[in-house]
Design a protein around this ligand. Structure first.
Ligand code: AMP
Length: 213
C-alpha cells in the first residue's frame, strides 16, 4: 500500500507509522528521522537542515524532495508509509509527479486530527532516547527509571524542536504551509480524517479499519 500519514506535529504520526509499517509490511519513510540522521552524520544535507529544524521551521522543499525521491525509487517496491512528508503544496506536487512517473499513485492519506491544546501538552512532555530512538512522554509514557531509557540505558533527552519557542513555530508553520494539503488531498478523494485524541491502540484500530486491513 502507498499511504501518507498526515497531521500536525504531535498527532502521533511516528508512533502510528511504525505500527502500520509492521502490520502491512510497507516501508516507513520519516523525513524528520532521515534529516536527524543526516545531522548526526554531518552530511551536507544535515548541515543545511539543522538550523531550520532546531528553530522549528521547514527545511527547503528541494532538499526534502531529493531525499524522498531517492528513498522511494530505491526501497519501496512493497509500498510505503510517508510520515511528515509532504508538508507543503510544492512537496505534494513533486510527490505526485514522481509517483506518476513510477506508475504507483497514492492510495490513501490518513489525517490524524487533534486540537492545538493537546498538541502542546504532548510535544512539551515528549522525550526521546538518543541511543536507540525509543520515544517517551513525561505524562503518558515515562521510563521505569527517571531520565533513563528502558531499552538501552542511555540518558533520555528533549528534542531541541520540542522546546517552547520551537513548538510555537512548528504549529504556526503547520497552519500556514501544511494544513492546506487537507483540501489538496480531499479534492483527490483519498483523504480519511481520524480522531487522534485517543489512546494509541484506539487510533491504531481506526486507521486499520479505514484501510480495510
Ligand atoms: P518531524 O520529526 O516530522 O516532526 O520533523 C522534524 C523537523 O524536520 C520539522 O520541524 C522540519 O524542520 C523538518 N522536516 C521534516 N519533514 C519535513 C518536510 N517534509 N519538509 C520540510 N521540513 C521537514
Amino acid at each position: 500500500m502507498r499511504i501518507v500519514l498526515f497531521g500536525p506535529p504531535g498527532a502521533g504520526k511516528g508512533t502510528q507509522a511504525t505500527m502500520l509499517s509492521r502490520a502491512i509490511g510497507a516501508e516507513h519513510i520519516s523525513t524528520g528521522d532521515m534529516l536527524r540522521e543526516a545531522i548526526s552524520r554531518e552530511t551536507s544535507v544535515g548541515l543545511s537542515a539543522k538550523g531550520y529544524m532546531d528553530k522549528g521551521f521547514l527545511v527547503p522543499d528541494e532538499i526534502v524532495l531529493d531525499i524522498v525521491k531517492e528513498k522511494i525509487a530505491s526501497d519501496c517496491r512493497h509500498g510505503f508509509i510517508l510520515d511528515g512528508f509532504p508538508r507543503t503544496i510544492p512537496q505534494a506536487e513533486g510527490l505526485d509527479r514522481l509517483l506518476g512517473e513510477l506508475g504507483m499513485p497514492l492510495e490513501a492519506v490518513i489525517d490524524l486530527e487533534i486540537s492545538a491544546r493537546r498538541i502542546v501538552e504532548r510535544l512539551s512532555g515528549r522525550l526521546v532516547c538518543p541511543g536507540c530512538g525509543e520515544p517517551y512522554n513525561r505524562v503518558s509514557k515515562p521510563p521505569a527509571k527517571e531520565g533513563v531509557c528502558d531499552i538501552c540505558g542511555c540518558e533520555i533527552v528533549q528534542r531541541d524542536d520540542d522546546k517552547p519557542d520551537a513548538i510555537h513555530n512548528r504549529l504556526a508553520t503547520y497552519e500556514k504551509s501544511t494544513a492546506p494539503l487537507i483540501d489538496y488531498y480531499r479534492g483527490k478523494g483519498i483523504l480519511h480524517g481520524i480522531d487522534a485524541d485517543a489512546d494509541i491502540d484506539d487510533i491504531r484500530g481506526r486507521i486499520l479499519k479505514v484501510l480495510g486491513v
